[in-house]
Structure formats: structure tokens, C-alpha cells
Design a protein around this ligand. Sequence first.
Ligand SMILES: [Cu+2]
Length: 90
Amino acid sequence: MAEFVGNDRLLLIKIEGMHCHKCEAAIRKAVSALSGVHEVEVDFPSRQASVLFDPTAVTVKELTLAVTNAGYKVSGFNQGAAPDAAAPHA
Ligand SMILES: [Cu+2]
């Protein structure tokens, strides 16, 4: 079971304060620096970040803090999104 990663969770974070694509990169960098975070996608047009993470390694609070420390504001969450709806890339 050592390699088991089926507990990963997907969280959509609504973020305020983004104004360009550099903001996307800054948030992506800040959040992906946390251990336990496996994938981060930040979408400037929809003002959302989608984070795939291991909830036993990193908490939602820590994810929020990473966004806040990068200079942005978390305005809400969207949990429990269907996996297919949350993975728009081909
Ligand atoms: Cu910007």
C-alpha cells in the first residue's frame, strides 16, 4: 500500500486579487511548493485554482495560507467536484 495515492482530493479555490497571467504563475508556484500538493492549475479568467492534494499531508488551511502569503485573497471553496468536470485538459 506504500504507493497508494487514491486518497488525493481535488479542491477548487476561488481567489480574489488576480489581474493577469503572472498572478496565475505566482499562485501556482506558491501552492505547488507545499508538500502533499500534487497538481495545481490556476485559471485567471475564472479566478479559480484547482488543487490536487493529499489531505493526509497538507490541509486546506495550509493551501489557503499559501495563497494568502502570495498576496491574494481566498474568497471561497468548491469541494467535491466531479473528477471529469475538474479535469478540463485533454
Ligand atoms: Cu498579475
